[in-house]
Design a protein around this ligand. Sequence first.
Ligand code: GAR
Length: 190
Amino acid sequence: MRIVVLVSGTGSNLQAVIDAIASGELPNVEIAAVGADKHGTLGVQRCADAGIETFVVNFKDYSERAQWNHALTEKCLSYAPDYVISSGFMRIVNEEFINAFEGTYINTHPALLPSFPGAHGVRDALAYGVKVTGCTVHIADTGVDTGPILRQEAVEVLPGDTEESLHERIKVVERRLLIATLADLAAGKA
Ligand code: GAR
């Protein structure tokens, strides 16, 4: 199973996937390429060490969002992936992209969707005062963190939690769910 992984930030969940492939935990998964929406992400940098192909479709290079979407779609299609994984990719893609990867664009989100979608899922859950939040792996559609849920798990909010401490605990679970989801997809079980 060939995947393209899209990142915008540190790519720690991507690193967990790279490690899982290296350790033989995901024997049928191959990262065809890792792409970012801007230059200088740690996520892309991590790939150099692992010998993984990378690309950037820089959002700021395009005056029209649709042009950026088109370039991203074409670039991802060029790798003929079975799945595209949004792993901390903080851009909304349009219908052209979703149609090109219908049912095969997978997103992870650090909250129990449909609660707290968007760029600040952890911060918003803390601000609301929920006692339990979590993470979700789902098939993405054109909405903001919407689409059929594949896996979801709760994480307790602890007294004194900050956005950082809570997000770190969520990411530990998120990595496990992402790897389990990839194993399911590779086995045709999604
Ligand atoms: C992850 O927690 C992911 O769920 C979140 O960004 C983080 C990326 O971490 N994505 C979203 O909030 C999407 N709405 P990483 O770059 O260290 O893997």
